[in-house]
Design a protein around this ligand. Structure first.
Ligand code: GRG
Length: 324
């Protein structure tokens, strides 16, 4: 299977690893066990959704599974499920929407790692898809995960009045968050701005589009599909938007000061590539302050949701204070 030999680092990027949750141990809510339980549920459902195949497309499915099961934190599907819980209506029909989120996320990472983009050999301490297989297979694995996400959305079970309308809105949300007005557009802007001086509005555009919109969509989708009230959907939307941007700022900071062995990928790559980042524009301390301010805004939005939003509160801290 492996075409080139690449030195691998042990799988460390899961939130349940001690490095990942250090910041959350102080609170009463046990984020570590919540995450382990949810990650297990997500992994089990994903294993059923992406069974191993041994026919003509065996290599394609193996490449999809290689990237899908290499230790990702499952943050976006977790947010779908936690947002639904926060609205008091978790249900089981949402899992396919949660999986769809992870399929789109995984596709974006596979394509982002390609030689034409970031040209990375390692992700989560493992060989990237095009290294483990080849470029053509990696492109197809990404394409297949992207399209499979929408097949999964057609299988989402929704109940109650307006359920079909909510499902259509969720599909539109996912499409916009992933496409030219979301992640793909953000990636293009990111590439166009490499090695250029950018101002703060441009940087915020890149980060909210490249990363923020998908995270925001995960939160809004969880609320929408669980049949939440308009006020709850709004609260989860504000939370998702602020935490989406905070996530990418934290990622920028980790790229400067993170421990590459813990992260399972190289640190310092943004500066080497001349990427537009918050630390490059405003320095590390101001970037940390900005991420904290966004987190406070996200937490304030959750206030009316009461104790059921506790997992989202703990996740907000994790998102800005994580080490992987
Ligand atoms: C359409 C050709 C084509 C390419 C799309 C859109 C895109 C490529 C890439 C953008 C996605 C990207 C790499 C954004 C950065 C976001 C980011 C920090 C991802 C890592 O997210 P984590 O930490 O990953 O949640 P894990 O490993 O936990 O799954």
């Amino acid at each position: 299977m492996t075409k080139k030999t690449t030195k691998t680092i042990s799988k460390t990027s899961r939130i349940s690893g001690s490095a990942g949750i250090r910041a959350n141990q102080a609170g009463a809510f046990n984020l570590s066990s919540y995450l382990k339980k949810k990650q297990k549920e997500i992994d089990r459902a994903m294993t059923r959704a992406l069974p191993a195949k041994h026919d003509l497309i065996g290599q394609l499915v193996a490449a999809m599974r290689h990237s899908m099961f290499s230790g990702g934190k499952r943050l976006r599907p977790l947010l779908v499920l936690a947002a639904a819980e926060a609205c008091g209506k978790p249900g089981t029909g949402l899992m396919n929407a949660a999986l769809a989120m992870e399929c789109i996320h995984t596709y974006s990472l596979i394509h982002d790692d390609l030689p034409a983009m970031d040209n990375d050999d390692l992700r989560r301490g493992q060989p990237t898809c095009h290294i483990a297989f080849d470029e053509a297979t990696a492109i197809l694995a990404g394409d297949a995960l992207l399209t499979y996400a929408f097949e999964l959305m057609t299988k989402v079970k929704t109940n109650g009045s307006g359920a079909q309308k909510r499902l259509l809105e969720a599909i539109e949300l996912l499409t916009r968050a992933a496409g030219m007005n979301g992640m793909v557009g953000g990636q293009m802007a990111d590439l166009v701005c490499e090695k250029k001086a950018v101002d703060l509005p441009t940087l915020e555009y890149i980060h909210t589009h490249k990363t923020g919109h998908l995270i925001a969509a995960a939160c809004r989708m969880g609320a929408l599909l669980s049949g939440a009230t308009g006020k709850q959907v709004k609260a989860l939307t504000i939370y998702g938007e602020t935490m989406g941007l905070a996530f990418q700022i934290a990622d920028d900071i980790l790229n400067v000061v993170g421990d590459h062995a813990k992260m399972g990928k190289q640190a310092g790559t943004d500066e080497a590539r001349g990427k537009a980042t918050y630390p490059a524009l405003m320095g590390l301390n101001a970037s940390r302050d900005h991420a904290q301010a966004l987190m406070r805004k996200g937490l304030a939005a959750l206030q009316p949701l009461g104790p059921k939003a506790e997992p989202l509160r703990a996740l907000a801290h994790y998102i800005v204070e994580r080490e992987v």
